[in-house]
Design a protein around this ligand. Structure first.
Ligand code: AMP
Length: 358
């Protein structure tokens, strides 16, 4: 696909959560019809889309029928099963491509790729059995973090190995699945860089965000992060190395640890990212619009911020005072239309804007 898709074309999104919803809203604004494929009917994205389809990922025929109605396909989460991806690819181009998914679905493959791309990771070791875990813990020291290679998100599939942690308990806690043990990064802060890459390799890179997590879940992102020129330059180099290495088309995010001024990559998300939600209200063109632009072959939009922003996730009952949140000035409230506020569930976010400093 080298020509730009005309408005009125159909963009299909695999996955129907809040990221799909915000992609659908951005795509609709540019005149596209957005179709959603999800395993559940009436999810956050389906309710704002032109058309939606609900079927299991294992139903290759349904994925293919959906894809055949679309001019281009994209995805809002990276754990798309290989068979569904193959079914989708047989009917329409998928942007970003297979390489972005395959290199980021598995933490071990991802970390090797990051190092080959000339970037840093924490020290790590492959763990396939309890003996591997014992050897890895002896080599990397404690604390360390045991993570399943696949299907982990928001801190799930992880166990912290402290001085007094029983290793067989930790191995059982992650379900005795193929894993990696990571050395603990003594970071002073967590940062992330979000960027869009076009098919011709052109990139639009947003300023860094500084992120705080608790319980493995992102709580707050502040952007643009206050960083030295060196860190800013290094983050841009990292975004280029990763984007080019993946041959990525669309938005991706790189989560970083700042360890005494050195940027160490925690992980790559081959999609729009929670730490880029601030761009919706503080930048000329949001991450969602830039993703749609990239997959549709349009020129990328400006990533320049016109405001500073503090993005706060509304998790579980945080959303209950929606009325008070809606009455704040200089704040933009985004609610995802989820019917039930379960603990740990991302229900929405609020972007609080302020003047850019400097
Ligand atoms: P992840 O699911 O890998 O993004 O991890 C979720 C959060 O756990 C990160 O944002 C960090 O706050 C923390 N974390 C993960 N890996 C490490 C590590 N190797 N060293 C220190 N903290 C970590």
């Amino acid at each position: 696909m080298t020509d730009a898709l005309a408005p009125g074309s159909v963009i299909g999104i695999l996955g129907g959560g809040q990221l799909g919803r915000m992609l659908a809203q951005a795509g609709a604004r540019l005149g596209f019809d957005i179709h959603i494929f999800d395993t559940a009917a009436n999810g956050p994205a389906a309710r704002v889309a032109a058309r939606s389809w609900a079927a299991p990922w294992a139903d290759d025929g349904a994925v293919q029928t959906f894809a055949a109605k679309c001019d281009v396909l994209t995805f809002e989460f990276e754990n798309i099963p290989a068979s569904a991806l193959a079914a989708a690819e047989s009917a329409a181009p998928v942007r970003p491509g297979r390489k972005s998914l395959e290199l980021t679905q598995d933490r071990l493959i991802e970390k090797r790729f990051i190092r080959e791309a000339g970037c840093s990771t924490v020290d790590f070791a492959e763990v396939n059995c309890i003996d591997d875990l014992e050897a890895a813990a002896a080599e990397l020291g404690r604390p360390a973090i045991l993570k399943t290679r696949r299907f982990g998100y928001d801190g799930k599939g992880q166990a912290v190995i402290r001085e007094d942690t029983d290793l067989s308990g930790a191995w059982a806690a992650i379900g005795e699945q193929p894993a990696i043990l990571e050395a603990f990064a003594p970071f002073s802060r967590e940062l992330s860089v979000v960027a869009a890459r076009a098919e011709n390799g052109e990139m639009a890179i947003y300023p860094l965000a500084e992120n705080s997590h608790s319980g493995g879940i992102l709580r707050v992102s502040r952007a643009p992060a206050i960083v030295s020129k060196d860190i800013e330059t290094r983050a841009i180099e990292i975004a280029r190395a990763i984007g080019d290495g993946l041959d990525h088309i669309g938005v991706f995010a790189v989560e970083l640890f700042d360890v005494a001024g050195e940027l160490i990559i925690n992980e790559i998300a081959p999609r729009v990212h929670n730490t880029g939600h601030w761009t919706m209200d503080a930048c000329t063109c949001s991450q969602f619009e830039n993703h749609i632009r990239a997959v549709a072959g349009w020129p990328l939009g400006a990533t320049r911020p016109h405001s500073a922003c503090e993005m706060t996730n509304l998790i579980g009952d945080d959303v209950a005072p929606w009325h008070a949140l809606a009455s704040e000035s200089d704040a933009c409230l985004h609610l995802y239309g989820k019917r039930e506020a379960r603990p740990g569930r991302k229900m929405g976010h609020i972007n609080r804007l302020s003047k850019l400093s400097g």
